[in-house]
Structures are given as C-alpha cells and as structure tokens.
Design a protein around this ligand. Sequence first.
Ligand code: GTP
Ligand code: K
Ligand code: MG
Length: 446
Amino acid sequence: MADTDTIAAIASAPGAAGIGVVRVSGARVPAIAQALLGRAPQPRHAHLASFLDDGGALIDRGLLLHFPAPHSYTGEHVLELQGHGSTVLLDLLLKRVCALGARLARPGEFTERAFLNGKLDLAQAEAVADLIAARSEAGARAALRSLDGVFSQRVHALLDAMIALRVHVEAAIDFPEEEIDFLADPAIAHELDALRTQLAALLAETRRGVRLTDGLKVAIVGRPNAGKSSLLNALAQSERAIVTAIAGTTRDVLRETVSLDGAVLELADTAGLRETHDEVEREGVRRARAELARADLVLLVTDVAHADVDPDLLDELPTHVARLVIVNKIDLETQPPRAEMHAGLPHLWLSARTGEGLDLLRAELKTRAGLGSGEGAFSARRRHVAALERVQTHLDHAAAALAATRAGELAAEDLRHAQHALGEITGSYSSDDLLGAIFGSFCIGK
Ligand SMILES: Nc1nc2c(ncn2[C@@H]2O[C@H](COP(=O)(O)OP(=O)(O)OP(=O)(O)O)[C@@H](O)[C@H]2O)c(=O)[nH]1
Ligand SMILES: [K+]
Ligand SMILES: [Mg+2]
C-alpha cells in the first residue's frame, strides 16, 4: 500500500439531516482517533465520543468508528465520525480533523484510493458513482451488480480467452518454421471465432447496461409539422414544447427526461428536417442532424397522410442507432393503432393528439431502455462500450489477417491492441488523465 497523506471529507449529503458523517482515511487515522476519543478505539466498534474543538469546547457528541487497514473501504485506516446532520457542526468537526493532521479530500478520492489499493477495479469504482446517482430502481440494481463485479468478471473471462489465443499465435511466430502449419490450424480460427461471438454478446449487454445507467437517448426527428413536439409532450405528459400549425416551430433541441415505470428516457425534440433559407431554422436543422449521432434510438415521425421516411435520413444514421418509424395523426384517417414491419423497419401507428397507440410506444420504449432485460443486467458506461468497440475492430482485423494471408505478425499485433483496450475497462491499463476524469466526476466524500 502506498504511503499517502490523510484525507477527510463530509461524506453525507449537504443540508440539515438526522445524522451526518465525516470520513477520514490515511496513516494518521489512529492518532486522530486517539485524540478525539481520548484513548485508542477498538477496531470496528461504535464508541460514543464527545468531539471537542482545538480549545476544548464541545462541538458535538456522536459515534466514532475505526476500520483499521487493510480491512476498510479504501484499504487504509478509515475513521467514521457520526454526528448530528448539521452543516455547521460537520464543518467544525471537519476543521478539527484537519487540525489533527488530515487535509480535505478531492472528489472521489476515497474510491480512487480503494482502486489504487486493489479493493475495487475501475469498472467497480465507476459503479459506485453510478449507484449513488441511479435514477431508477432498475438502474440501482444494475449498478450494484457491477459493483459486485458481475461486469468485471465478464471482461476477465474474455481477457482469459484472449490471452490463451495470443499465446498460440505468438508461439507460431516464435517458431517461424512451423508458422504456416500452425496458423493454418483450424483450432486457432475457431478460438478467434468463439472470442468474437463472446465479445458481441458482451457488447450487446454492455450497451443495455449504459441505457440502464444513463437512460435511453431518444431523438425525435422528421419533417416539419409531423407532430414531433406533440409526441414529446404526450410522452412527458406536459406541455413542454411549443406546438403550432406553423411548419418550422421548433428550432433549438429541446431535452426532457421522462421516467416510464423506472425506465429513464432522455428525449430530444428537434427542428423539422427540410431545406430552408431561414438562417435560424437552418441552424435548427443542423442541430437536429447532430442529435442523430448521439442517440440510441431515433423516432422517425411521419404524418399518416404522407407516411414516407426520407431514405437519405436513414443512410445518415450511424449503424448502432436503432430506428422506429412513428406514423402519427391516425385520428385524421380513423386508422387503428398498431405495430407492423414495413420495408425492414418497425412502424407504429398512433396519435399524439388523442393518445391512441401511445401505450404501444411506451411499452416499446421501456423494453429498449433495458427494462425487463432479465435478472443479470449490469450497469456500464459509454467509455466501456467504446473500449469494447475497439476490441471488436482489432479482432475483426486479426481474423482478416489470419484468413487472407495467415499474417501471424499482424494478427498478433491486433490481439495485443485488443487486450490493451479490454484492460482499460477494469483499469489494468489506465492513464492519469483517465483516472482524473473518472474520479473527478464523483461527489466529495466518496
Ligand atoms: N390531428 C392531429 N394533429 C396533430 C397530431 N399531432 C400533432 N398534430 C398537429 O400537427 C401540427 C404540428 O404539430 P407539432 O407537434 O408542432 O409538429 P412538429 O413536428 O413539432 O413541427 P415543427 O417543430 O414545426 O417541425 C399541430 O397543429 C398539431 O396540433 C395528431 O396526432 N393528430
Ligand atoms: K409545427
Ligand atoms: Mg416541433
């Protein structure tokens, strides 16, 4: 364990509360505990203590708990001081602890130490923040599973398989006289195939995990007056967006978070797509297009009177973005609400005005948001998806190198990169910048 300084922070949420907690971690904890209690505390024992300031005046009376290293959250000596949940008293207590030799902790520094001391890997540390920030029960359950290591174990299983394959390929390169035969061995190709299948499954589950954590990003796009803003309002059950009969009403992207039985949706209403000379509207159209690339799901809204989906728009969508055509305004043609496939695209007939068919859309959105995706769902981040996508690219290249030319060196190089990308998820390979970005987004005291 690294010899570090001692950090302290208020670990409970700011504001008046029944109980507040000051947390301290580091080598000076035993001395600080002794000074506060007047004697050495028993490990993991709740002592009733009178917390005094530097002048000997009473700050508060509360509980003192010492978790000796290494059996603590950070792996260092940890002290927890529980007092009344008053911002003023907790500030005084924190000041006292700092006078006894601690310094103020940076955001996420406790968890960063837990990571550096091997108590958690990086994906688990991120799950701590996701658990605290969870906006739904499903999101919290998923974060807890990642904190328990469910996601990390899946990554490690893939890593083990990848290392085994690398050993085979590297061996073939080290013994060039056998290389041709060795790389031609169908076992290697099979192993690589199995690895790619395993990765594809993990990637799909990781994407679902991001949706559970971040919410499903839904972009509502289509031609002017199709009823995009009306649809946003219907889903949000409030008149969030301006709706008028004038084409080109919406200009800025309007975002709204909607919870459907615990499924979190990040809806974005956008300007109607059309060629226009209006400078403001043109900027709106540009923003609408930019929104497409950020989305997990695009709702292509059309009017039942001219239900057409712009083929150029479909071409523009990144392949990973799911699409659903909404045929709106069925009340105008007294058509029944329904879900059908057309030209390879799922279509939903509904009316944003009367609400007919909205239940079909809600059910569809809940499923796509990761709800009902089974018991094992874990939380994940976009960073993890990006890393797995890089792994996928490298494995594709490795497979191509082996299949076409039996280029062992190239395949080995790609497998090496793939392993590196995978290792970034759990933190076997991580830069200071990455750690700074991850832990800097935590709250103080965690
Ligand atoms: N009859 C009927 N009218 C609708 C429906 N949905 C929207 N409208 C009407 O269609 C017109 C345009 O609706 P908006 O929601 O503003 O359409 P939009 O796609 O956001 O339009 P822009 O922002 O201008 O691109 C309004 O007059 C709405 O009242 C529907 O389901 N049925
Ligand atoms: K409009
Ligand atoms: Mg609009």
